[in-house]
Design a protein around this ligand. Structure first.
Ligand code: ADP
Ligand code: GLC
Length: 483
Protein backbone atom coordinates (compact mmCIF):
# COMPACT_ATOMS: atom_id res chain seq x y z
CA UNK A 1 0.00 0.00 0.00
CA UNK A 2 1.36 3.45 -0.91
CA UNK A 3 1.59 5.90 1.97
CA UNK A 4 -1.68 7.89 2.18
CA UNK A 5 -1.43 11.52 1.08
CA UNK A 6 -1.81 13.71 4.15
CA UNK A 7 -3.08 17.24 3.59
CA UNK A 8 -2.81 20.43 5.60
CA UNK A 9 -5.36 23.06 4.56
CA UNK A 10 -4.23 26.58 5.48
CA UNK A 11 -6.74 29.40 5.35
CA UNK A 12 -7.97 32.57 6.98
CA UNK A 13 -11.50 31.21 7.60
CA UNK A 14 -13.18 27.92 8.44
CA UNK A 15 -16.76 27.34 9.44
CA UNK A 16 -17.88 27.32 12.23
CA UNK A 17 -15.07 29.13 14.06
CA UNK A 18 -14.39 32.01 11.65
CA UNK A 19 -16.59 32.93 8.70
CA UNK A 20 -17.30 35.86 6.42
CA UNK A 21 -18.27 33.96 3.25
CA UNK A 22 -18.12 30.80 1.20
CA UNK A 23 -14.39 30.24 1.74
CA UNK A 24 -15.17 29.26 5.33
CA UNK A 25 -17.74 26.68 4.25
CA UNK A 26 -15.28 25.09 1.83
CA UNK A 27 -12.43 24.97 4.36
CA UNK A 28 -14.85 23.74 7.01
CA UNK A 29 -16.09 20.80 4.95
CA UNK A 30 -13.67 19.77 2.17
CA UNK A 31 -11.04 18.28 4.55
CA UNK A 32 -13.59 15.78 5.86
CA UNK A 33 -14.30 14.73 2.26
CA UNK A 34 -10.53 14.14 1.90
CA UNK A 35 -10.59 11.99 5.03
CA UNK A 36 -13.43 9.93 3.55
CA UNK A 37 -11.23 9.29 0.50
CA UNK A 38 -8.43 8.07 2.76
CA UNK A 39 -6.40 11.29 2.86
CA UNK A 40 -5.66 12.24 6.50
CA UNK A 41 -6.32 15.99 6.66
CA UNK A 42 -6.18 18.90 9.04
CA UNK A 43 -6.80 22.63 8.90
CA UNK A 44 -4.70 25.52 10.20
CA UNK A 45 -6.01 29.03 10.88
CA UNK A 46 -4.93 32.24 12.57
CA UNK A 47 -5.87 32.11 16.25
CA UNK A 48 -8.56 34.79 16.19
CA UNK A 49 -9.94 35.57 19.66
CA UNK A 50 -13.43 34.79 18.30
CA UNK A 51 -12.29 31.35 17.09
CA UNK A 52 -11.04 30.45 20.58
CA UNK A 53 -14.46 31.51 21.89
CA UNK A 54 -16.25 29.14 19.50
CA UNK A 55 -14.46 25.89 20.31
CA UNK A 56 -12.27 24.01 22.74
CA UNK A 57 -8.58 24.20 22.00
CA UNK A 58 -5.61 22.59 23.68
CA UNK A 59 -2.34 24.49 24.04
CA UNK A 60 0.24 22.15 22.49
CA UNK A 61 3.08 23.92 24.28
CA UNK A 62 4.79 24.66 20.95
CA UNK A 63 6.20 28.13 20.25
CA UNK A 64 6.52 29.13 16.60
CA UNK A 65 9.16 31.81 16.17
CA UNK A 66 8.85 33.99 13.09
CA UNK A 67 11.35 36.73 12.25
CA UNK A 68 9.46 39.85 11.11
CA UNK A 69 11.99 42.47 10.08
CA UNK A 70 14.43 42.87 12.95
CA UNK A 71 12.03 41.36 15.44
CA UNK A 72 11.10 37.80 16.40
CA UNK A 73 7.34 37.33 16.78
CA UNK A 74 6.22 34.20 18.59
CA UNK A 75 3.01 32.30 17.90
CA UNK A 76 1.69 29.46 20.00
CA UNK A 77 0.19 26.33 18.43
CA UNK A 78 -3.20 25.10 19.66
CA UNK A 79 -5.33 22.18 18.51
CA UNK A 80 -9.06 21.57 18.49
CA UNK A 81 -11.50 19.99 16.05
CA UNK A 82 -13.91 21.04 13.34
CA UNK A 83 -17.52 19.88 13.46
CA UNK A 84 -16.64 16.72 11.53
CA UNK A 85 -13.80 15.85 13.88
CA UNK A 86 -11.08 17.06 11.50
CA UNK A 87 -8.14 18.45 13.52
CA UNK A 88 -8.07 22.24 13.53
CA UNK A 89 -4.83 24.00 14.47
CA UNK A 90 -4.87 27.64 15.57
CA UNK A 91 -1.78 29.83 15.71
CA UNK A 92 -2.27 32.19 18.60
CA UNK A 93 -0.60 35.57 18.46
CA UNK A 94 -2.63 38.16 20.33
CA UNK A 95 -0.81 41.11 18.88
CA UNK A 96 -2.19 40.22 15.43
CA UNK A 97 -5.35 38.21 16.05
CA UNK A 98 -6.94 39.33 19.32
CA UNK A 99 -9.25 41.74 17.53
CA UNK A 100 -13.01 41.92 16.87
CA UNK A 101 -12.68 41.36 13.09
CA UNK A 102 -10.91 38.91 10.81
CA UNK A 103 -9.63 41.49 8.31
CA UNK A 104 -11.02 44.75 9.67
CA UNK A 105 -13.94 46.40 11.41
CA UNK A 106 -16.78 48.20 9.59
CA UNK A 107 -15.23 50.45 6.98
CA UNK A 108 -11.73 49.95 8.41
CA UNK A 109 -9.37 47.34 7.01
CA UNK A 110 -6.59 46.56 9.49
CA UNK A 111 -3.59 48.48 8.14
CA UNK A 112 -1.18 45.77 9.26
CA UNK A 113 -2.89 42.96 7.29
CA UNK A 114 0.27 42.45 5.19
CA UNK A 115 2.29 41.80 8.38
CA UNK A 116 -0.51 39.73 9.96
CA UNK A 117 -0.76 37.30 7.07
CA UNK A 118 2.98 37.21 6.37
CA UNK A 119 3.37 36.18 10.00
CA UNK A 120 0.63 33.56 9.72
CA UNK A 121 2.02 32.09 6.49
CA UNK A 122 5.53 31.82 7.92
CA UNK A 123 4.20 30.36 11.17
CA UNK A 124 2.40 27.65 9.17
CA UNK A 125 5.79 26.52 7.85
CA UNK A 126 7.16 26.47 11.41
CA UNK A 127 4.15 24.42 12.50
CA UNK A 128 4.65 21.68 9.87
CA UNK A 129 6.86 19.39 12.03
CA UNK A 130 4.17 19.42 14.73
CA UNK A 131 1.25 18.41 12.49
CA UNK A 132 0.44 14.69 12.59
CA UNK A 133 0.59 12.90 10.22
CA UNK A 134 3.27 14.94 8.51
CA UNK A 135 1.61 16.80 5.59
CA UNK A 136 2.72 15.91 2.07
CA UNK A 137 0.46 18.56 0.55
CA UNK A 138 -0.21 22.05 1.86
CA UNK A 139 -3.33 23.49 0.29
CA UNK A 140 -3.41 27.28 0.75
CA UNK A 141 -6.44 29.41 0.02
CA UNK A 142 -6.66 32.98 -1.31
CA UNK A 143 -4.23 35.87 -0.79
CA UNK A 144 -4.02 35.57 2.98
CA UNK A 145 -2.05 32.34 2.57
CA UNK A 146 -0.35 33.05 -0.77
CA UNK A 147 3.11 33.52 0.78
CA UNK A 148 3.05 29.92 1.99
CA UNK A 149 3.86 28.85 -1.58
CA UNK A 150 7.28 30.60 -1.82
CA UNK A 151 8.02 29.76 1.84
CA UNK A 152 7.55 26.07 1.00
CA UNK A 153 10.10 26.36 -1.80
CA UNK A 154 12.55 27.82 0.70
CA UNK A 155 11.81 25.20 3.37
CA UNK A 156 13.81 22.02 3.88
CA UNK A 157 14.23 19.52 1.06
CA UNK A 158 11.37 17.14 1.74
CA UNK A 159 8.89 19.96 2.35
CA UNK A 160 5.28 19.27 1.29
CA UNK A 161 4.09 20.31 -2.18
CA UNK A 162 2.09 23.54 -2.31
CA UNK A 163 -1.32 23.77 -3.98
CA UNK A 164 -2.85 27.24 -4.15
CA UNK A 165 -6.63 27.63 -4.44
CA UNK A 166 -8.15 30.81 -5.84
CA UNK A 167 -11.57 31.44 -4.33
CA UNK A 168 -11.60 35.09 -5.28
CA UNK A 169 -9.29 36.81 -7.77
CA UNK A 170 -10.89 40.12 -6.75
CA UNK A 171 -8.67 40.35 -3.69
CA UNK A 172 -4.99 40.69 -4.65
CA UNK A 173 -3.56 40.94 -1.15
CA UNK A 174 -1.50 44.04 -1.93
CA UNK A 175 1.32 45.17 0.32
CA UNK A 176 3.73 48.11 0.09
CA UNK A 177 7.35 47.32 -0.81
CA UNK A 178 8.32 48.30 2.75
CA UNK A 179 6.96 44.92 3.90
CA UNK A 180 9.80 43.11 2.10
CA UNK A 181 11.86 42.90 5.28
CA UNK A 182 8.92 41.35 7.15
CA UNK A 183 8.33 38.77 4.41
CA UNK A 184 11.97 37.75 4.61
CA UNK A 185 12.28 35.90 1.27
CA UNK A 186 15.51 36.11 -0.78
CA UNK A 187 15.65 39.13 -3.14
CA UNK A 188 14.96 37.12 -6.28
CA UNK A 189 11.32 36.64 -5.24
CA UNK A 190 10.36 40.31 -5.47
CA UNK A 191 10.81 41.06 -9.18
CA UNK A 192 8.15 41.23 -11.92
CA UNK A 193 8.35 37.46 -12.32
CA UNK A 194 7.63 37.17 -8.61
CA UNK A 195 5.62 39.17 -6.10
CA UNK A 196 5.83 42.57 -7.79
CA UNK A 197 2.50 44.05 -8.86
CA UNK A 198 2.62 47.57 -10.35
CA UNK A 199 5.09 48.85 -7.78
CA UNK A 200 3.52 46.95 -4.90
CA UNK A 201 3.60 43.31 -3.79
CA UNK A 202 0.70 40.89 -4.28
CA UNK A 203 0.33 37.88 -1.99
CA UNK A 204 -2.17 36.39 -4.43
CA UNK A 205 0.45 36.55 -7.16
CA UNK A 206 2.95 34.87 -4.80
CA UNK A 207 0.50 31.98 -4.46
CA UNK A 208 -0.03 31.67 -8.21
CA UNK A 209 3.62 31.93 -9.27
CA UNK A 210 5.20 29.64 -6.66
CA UNK A 211 2.55 26.91 -6.23
CA UNK A 212 3.11 23.47 -7.74
CA UNK A 213 -0.51 23.64 -8.91
CA UNK A 214 -3.20 26.31 -8.86
CA UNK A 215 -6.90 25.53 -8.58
CA UNK A 216 -9.75 27.94 -9.35
CA UNK A 217 -13.07 26.98 -7.74
CA UNK A 218 -14.84 26.26 -11.05
CA UNK A 219 -13.77 25.47 -14.62
CA UNK A 220 -15.45 28.60 -16.00
CA UNK A 221 -13.69 30.76 -13.42
CA UNK A 222 -10.35 29.15 -14.31
CA UNK A 223 -10.96 30.38 -17.88
CA UNK A 224 -12.32 33.81 -16.91
CA UNK A 225 -9.34 34.78 -14.73
CA UNK A 226 -7.09 34.29 -17.77
CA UNK A 227 -8.89 37.14 -19.56
CA UNK A 228 -8.31 40.88 -19.06
CA UNK A 229 -11.93 41.26 -17.85
CA UNK A 230 -11.60 38.63 -15.13
CA UNK A 231 -7.90 38.61 -14.29
CA UNK A 232 -7.73 41.68 -12.07
CA UNK A 233 -4.37 42.50 -13.60
CA UNK A 234 -3.00 38.97 -13.25
CA UNK A 235 -4.51 37.43 -16.40
CA UNK A 236 -1.11 37.50 -18.12
CA UNK A 237 0.47 35.65 -15.20
CA UNK A 238 -2.33 33.09 -15.22
CA UNK A 239 -1.95 32.54 -18.96
CA UNK A 240 1.75 32.05 -18.41
CA UNK A 241 1.00 29.36 -15.83
CA UNK A 242 -2.06 27.94 -17.62
CA UNK A 243 -0.54 24.44 -17.67
CA UNK A 244 -0.66 24.21 -13.86
CA UNK A 245 -4.10 25.89 -13.53
CA UNK A 246 -7.13 23.67 -12.88
CA UNK A 247 -10.84 24.32 -12.32
CA UNK A 248 -12.64 22.27 -9.68
CA UNK A 249 -16.16 23.19 -8.66
CA UNK A 250 -16.98 23.34 -4.93
CA UNK A 251 -19.24 20.85 -3.22
CA UNK A 252 -21.84 21.31 -0.52
CA UNK A 253 -21.83 19.95 3.01
CA UNK A 254 -25.15 18.09 2.95
CA UNK A 255 -24.82 17.30 6.65
CA UNK A 256 -25.45 20.99 7.22
CA UNK A 257 -27.60 21.76 4.21
CA UNK A 258 -30.27 19.10 4.07
CA UNK A 259 -33.94 20.15 4.24
CA UNK A 260 -34.93 16.68 5.45
CA UNK A 261 -33.18 17.17 8.79
CA UNK A 262 -32.34 20.90 8.95
CA UNK A 263 -33.07 21.96 12.56
CA UNK A 264 -33.64 25.61 11.60
CA UNK A 265 -36.78 25.01 9.52
CA UNK A 266 -40.47 25.24 10.45
CA UNK A 267 -40.95 21.91 8.66
CA UNK A 268 -38.59 19.39 7.13
CA UNK A 269 -39.03 18.14 3.58
CA UNK A 270 -37.32 16.26 0.78
CA UNK A 271 -37.79 15.31 -2.86
CA UNK A 272 -39.87 12.32 -1.70
CA UNK A 273 -41.98 14.38 0.75
CA UNK A 274 -41.89 17.97 -0.54
CA UNK A 275 -45.01 19.24 1.29
CA UNK A 276 -43.05 20.89 4.11
CA UNK A 277 -41.62 23.47 1.73
CA UNK A 278 -44.93 25.35 1.61
CA UNK A 279 -44.96 25.44 5.43
CA UNK A 280 -41.45 26.96 5.33
CA UNK A 281 -42.65 29.65 2.92
CA UNK A 282 -45.64 30.54 5.12
CA UNK A 283 -43.41 30.58 8.20
CA UNK A 284 -40.89 32.86 6.51
CA UNK A 285 -43.60 35.32 5.49
CA UNK A 286 -44.86 35.33 9.07
CA UNK A 287 -41.38 35.67 10.56
CA UNK A 288 -40.57 38.66 8.37
CA UNK A 289 -44.15 40.02 8.53
CA UNK A 290 -44.50 39.94 4.79
CA UNK A 291 -48.15 39.89 3.71
CA UNK A 292 -49.20 36.23 3.27
CA UNK A 293 -49.42 35.67 -0.47
CA UNK A 294 -48.99 33.05 -3.10
CA UNK A 295 -46.70 35.25 -5.16
CA UNK A 296 -43.35 33.77 -6.16
CA UNK A 297 -40.83 34.48 -3.41
CA UNK A 298 -37.25 35.29 -4.40
CA UNK A 299 -34.52 34.97 -1.78
CA UNK A 300 -30.99 36.38 -1.67
CA UNK A 301 -28.39 35.60 0.99
CA UNK A 302 -25.20 37.41 0.25
CA UNK A 303 -22.30 39.55 1.27
CA UNK A 304 -23.37 43.06 0.28
CA UNK A 305 -20.46 43.96 -1.97
CA UNK A 306 -20.16 45.10 -5.57
CA UNK A 307 -19.28 41.54 -6.68
CA UNK A 308 -22.79 40.32 -5.90
CA UNK A 309 -24.52 42.45 -8.56
CA UNK A 310 -26.76 44.38 -6.16
CA UNK A 311 -26.78 47.45 -8.38
CA UNK A 312 -28.71 45.37 -10.88
CA UNK A 313 -31.40 44.57 -8.30
CA UNK A 314 -31.73 48.24 -7.38
CA UNK A 315 -31.90 49.31 -11.02
CA UNK A 316 -34.35 46.59 -12.05
CA UNK A 317 -36.52 46.83 -8.91
CA UNK A 318 -39.54 48.68 -10.36
CA UNK A 319 -39.85 46.18 -13.21
CA UNK A 320 -39.15 43.19 -10.98
CA UNK A 321 -41.83 44.11 -8.48
CA UNK A 322 -44.26 44.81 -11.36
CA UNK A 323 -43.89 41.13 -12.28
CA UNK A 324 -45.70 40.41 -9.02
CA UNK A 325 -42.97 38.82 -6.96
CA UNK A 326 -41.77 39.15 -3.38
CA UNK A 327 -38.10 39.58 -2.47
CA UNK A 328 -36.26 38.75 0.75
CA UNK A 329 -32.63 39.77 1.17
CA UNK A 330 -30.30 38.79 4.01
CA UNK A 331 -26.83 40.27 4.01
CA UNK A 332 -24.22 42.45 5.50
CA UNK A 333 -21.39 44.38 3.93
CA UNK A 334 -20.62 47.74 2.46
CA UNK A 335 -22.67 50.60 3.93
CA UNK A 336 -23.55 51.98 0.50
CA UNK A 337 -25.32 48.75 -0.48
CA UNK A 338 -26.98 48.47 2.91
CA UNK A 339 -28.39 51.97 2.40
CA UNK A 340 -29.57 51.28 -1.16
CA UNK A 341 -31.33 48.09 -0.15
CA UNK A 342 -32.86 49.71 2.92
CA UNK A 343 -34.31 52.44 0.69
CA UNK A 344 -35.66 49.78 -1.66
CA UNK A 345 -37.37 47.81 1.07
CA UNK A 346 -38.97 51.03 2.35
CA UNK A 347 -40.26 51.77 -1.14
CA UNK A 348 -41.85 48.30 -1.52
CA UNK A 349 -43.18 47.51 1.96
CA UNK A 350 -45.65 44.88 0.72
CA UNK A 351 -43.18 42.99 -1.44
CA UNK A 352 -39.73 43.24 0.08
CA UNK A 353 -37.97 42.52 3.35
CA UNK A 354 -34.32 43.20 4.16
CA UNK A 355 -32.48 41.61 7.08
CA UNK A 356 -29.11 43.21 7.75
CA UNK A 357 -26.56 41.11 9.60
CA UNK A 358 -24.94 37.69 9.48
CA UNK A 359 -27.50 35.08 10.53
CA UNK A 360 -26.87 31.46 9.54
CA UNK A 361 -30.19 30.00 10.86
CA UNK A 362 -32.17 32.72 9.04
CA UNK A 363 -30.20 32.02 5.86
CA UNK A 364 -31.44 28.41 6.00
CA UNK A 365 -35.04 29.55 6.53
CA UNK A 366 -34.80 31.98 3.61
CA UNK A 367 -33.46 29.35 1.20
CA UNK A 368 -36.11 26.88 2.38
CA UNK A 369 -38.96 29.40 2.25
CA UNK A 370 -38.09 30.82 -1.18
CA UNK A 371 -39.33 29.60 -4.53
CA UNK A 372 -36.25 31.03 -6.24
CA UNK A 373 -32.77 32.12 -5.21
CA UNK A 374 -31.35 35.10 -7.03
CA UNK A 375 -27.60 35.36 -7.77
CA UNK A 376 -26.96 38.17 -10.28
CA UNK A 377 -23.22 38.50 -9.57
CA UNK A 378 -20.79 40.55 -11.62
CA UNK A 379 -18.38 37.64 -11.16
CA UNK A 380 -18.76 34.47 -9.09
CA UNK A 381 -15.83 32.09 -8.70
CA UNK A 382 -18.11 29.25 -7.63
CA UNK A 383 -21.06 30.42 -5.55
CA UNK A 384 -22.78 28.32 -2.94
CA UNK A 385 -26.19 30.01 -2.72
CA UNK A 386 -27.34 28.42 -5.99
CA UNK A 387 -26.21 24.99 -4.78
CA UNK A 388 -28.15 25.40 -1.53
CA UNK A 389 -31.10 26.61 -3.59
CA UNK A 390 -31.03 23.46 -5.71
CA UNK A 391 -31.02 21.16 -2.67
CA UNK A 392 -33.82 23.17 -0.99
CA UNK A 393 -36.04 23.32 -4.09
CA UNK A 394 -35.53 27.06 -4.55
CA UNK A 395 -34.89 27.36 -8.27
CA UNK A 396 -31.74 29.40 -9.06
CA UNK A 397 -31.92 32.50 -11.26
CA UNK A 398 -28.33 33.45 -11.95
CA UNK A 399 -25.95 35.31 -14.18
CA UNK A 400 -24.16 32.91 -16.53
CA UNK A 401 -20.62 33.36 -15.21
CA UNK A 402 -18.09 31.40 -13.14
CA UNK A 403 -19.42 28.57 -11.03
CA UNK A 404 -22.99 29.78 -11.57
CA UNK A 405 -22.59 28.98 -15.24
CA UNK A 406 -21.12 25.54 -14.49
CA UNK A 407 -23.85 24.44 -12.07
CA UNK A 408 -27.05 25.96 -13.45
CA UNK A 409 -28.61 24.81 -16.74
CA UNK A 410 -30.93 27.33 -18.34
CA UNK A 411 -34.55 26.25 -18.63
CA UNK A 412 -35.54 25.50 -22.17
CA UNK A 413 -38.36 23.07 -21.63
CA UNK A 414 -37.54 19.43 -21.33
CA UNK A 415 -34.10 18.63 -22.73
CA UNK A 416 -33.43 15.64 -25.03
CA UNK A 417 -32.54 13.18 -22.28
CA UNK A 418 -35.87 13.88 -20.65
CA UNK A 419 -34.12 15.64 -17.77
CA UNK A 420 -35.32 19.02 -16.63
CA UNK A 421 -33.02 21.96 -16.74
CA UNK A 422 -32.53 23.31 -13.26
CA UNK A 423 -32.78 27.10 -13.39
CA UNK A 424 -32.63 30.35 -15.30
CA UNK A 425 -29.60 32.21 -16.60
CA UNK A 426 -28.89 35.58 -18.15
CA UNK A 427 -25.62 36.71 -19.67
CA UNK A 428 -25.37 40.48 -20.01
CA UNK A 429 -24.88 42.41 -16.76
CA UNK A 430 -27.91 44.59 -17.55
CA UNK A 431 -31.14 45.21 -15.72
CA UNK A 432 -33.12 44.24 -18.83
CA UNK A 433 -31.40 40.85 -19.07
CA UNK A 434 -32.07 40.16 -15.39
CA UNK A 435 -35.73 41.13 -15.78
CA UNK A 436 -36.15 38.83 -18.79
CA UNK A 437 -34.73 35.86 -16.87
CA UNK A 438 -36.90 36.63 -13.85
CA UNK A 439 -39.96 36.98 -16.10
CA UNK A 440 -39.32 33.49 -17.53
CA UNK A 441 -38.97 32.18 -13.99
CA UNK A 442 -42.23 33.80 -12.90
CA UNK A 443 -43.97 32.32 -15.96
CA UNK A 444 -42.82 28.84 -15.01
CA UNK A 445 -44.01 29.46 -11.45
CA UNK A 446 -47.45 30.13 -12.94
CA UNK A 447 -47.48 26.60 -14.39
CA UNK A 448 -47.61 25.01 -10.97
CA UNK A 449 -47.05 21.38 -11.94
CA UNK A 450 -44.08 22.19 -14.13
CA UNK A 451 -42.56 24.42 -11.47
CA UNK A 452 -43.04 21.77 -8.79
CA UNK A 453 -41.45 19.16 -11.06
CA UNK A 454 -38.34 21.30 -11.53
CA UNK A 455 -38.10 22.20 -7.87
CA UNK A 456 -38.31 18.53 -6.80
CA UNK A 457 -35.94 17.28 -9.51
CA UNK A 458 -33.40 19.89 -8.34
CA UNK A 459 -33.55 18.53 -4.79
CA UNK A 460 -32.23 15.23 -6.16
CA UNK A 461 -29.16 16.73 -7.85
CA UNK A 462 -25.89 15.79 -6.22
CA UNK A 463 -23.38 18.52 -5.48
CA UNK A 464 -21.84 16.74 -2.50
CA UNK A 465 -18.06 16.94 -2.11
CA UNK A 466 -17.28 13.39 -3.30
CA UNK A 467 -16.51 14.12 -6.95
CA UNK A 468 -14.71 17.41 -6.32
CA UNK A 469 -12.65 16.00 -3.45
CA UNK A 470 -11.63 13.16 -5.77
CA UNK A 471 -10.51 15.68 -8.40
CA UNK A 472 -8.28 17.34 -5.79
CA UNK A 473 -6.99 13.95 -4.65
CA UNK A 474 -6.08 12.99 -8.24
CA UNK A 475 -4.23 16.27 -8.62
CA UNK A 476 -2.28 15.71 -5.35
CA UNK A 477 -1.38 12.22 -6.52
CA UNK A 478 -0.08 13.53 -9.83
CA UNK A 479 2.01 16.24 -8.17
CA UNK A 480 3.63 13.84 -5.75
CA UNK A 481 4.30 11.28 -8.47
CA UNK A 482 6.05 13.97 -10.53
CA UNK A 483 8.32 14.99 -7.61
P1 ADP B 1 -18.98 34.41 -1.18
O1 ADP B 1 -18.00 33.48 -0.63
O2 ADP B 1 -18.46 35.20 -2.34
O3 ADP B 1 -19.58 35.29 -0.15
P2 ADP B 1 -20.64 32.05 -1.69
O4 ADP B 1 -21.92 31.93 -2.41
O5 ADP B 1 -19.57 31.12 -2.04
O6 ADP B 1 -20.18 33.56 -1.83
O7 ADP B 1 -20.84 31.83 -0.15
C1 ADP B 1 -21.53 32.67 0.66
C2 ADP B 1 -21.89 31.91 1.89
O8 ADP B 1 -22.07 32.79 2.98
C3 ADP B 1 -23.17 31.16 1.74
O9 ADP B 1 -23.12 30.02 2.49
C4 ADP B 1 -24.19 32.13 2.30
O10 ADP B 1 -25.32 31.45 2.75
C5 ADP B 1 -23.40 32.72 3.43
N1 ADP B 1 -23.80 34.07 3.78
C6 ADP B 1 -23.48 35.21 3.15
N2 ADP B 1 -24.01 36.27 3.79
C7 ADP B 1 -24.68 35.78 4.84
C8 ADP B 1 -25.44 36.37 5.90
N3 ADP B 1 -25.61 37.69 5.96
N4 ADP B 1 -25.98 35.56 6.83
C9 ADP B 1 -25.81 34.23 6.75
N5 ADP B 1 -25.12 33.62 5.80
C10 ADP B 1 -24.55 34.37 4.85
C1 GLC C 1 -15.35 33.06 -2.77
C2 GLC C 1 -16.22 33.29 -3.98
C3 GLC C 1 -17.38 32.33 -4.09
C4 GLC C 1 -16.96 30.92 -3.75
C5 GLC C 1 -16.30 30.90 -2.40
C6 GLC C 1 -15.85 29.50 -1.99
O1 GLC C 1 -15.68 33.82 -1.69
O2 GLC C 1 -16.67 34.62 -4.06
O3 GLC C 1 -17.91 32.36 -5.40
O4 GLC C 1 -18.09 30.07 -3.76
O5 GLC C 1 -15.17 31.71 -2.40
O6 GLC C 1 -14.96 28.95 -2.91
Amino acid sequence: MPEPISVLVAASEASPVAQTGGLAEVVGSLPQAFVELGLPSSVILPGYASAFDRGRFEDLGVDLTVPLGAEDVVGRLHRGRLRSGTPLYLIRCDRFFDRPGLYGEGRLTYPDNPERFAFFSRAVIEALPHVQPRPRIVMANDWQTGLIMPYLLEAEEDAPAGVFVIHNQGYLGLAPPSVVSDIGLPDRYYGVEGLEYYGQLSYLKAGIVYAKAVVAVSPSYAREIQTPEGGNGLDGVLRLYASKLHGIVNGVDYDLWNPAVDPHLAANYSAERPAGKKICKDALQTELSLPRSDRPLFGMVSRLTAQKGLTLIVEAAPELFRLGLDLVVLGTGEPWFEEQLTALSTAYPDQMRLALGYDAPLSHRIIAGSDFVLVPSIYEPCGLAQLYGLRYGAVPVVRAIGGLNDTVRDFAGQNPEGLWDNGFKFTQFQAGALVRAVRRAVELYGRRDDFAAMSVANMREDFSWGKSAQAYADLFQKLLAAD
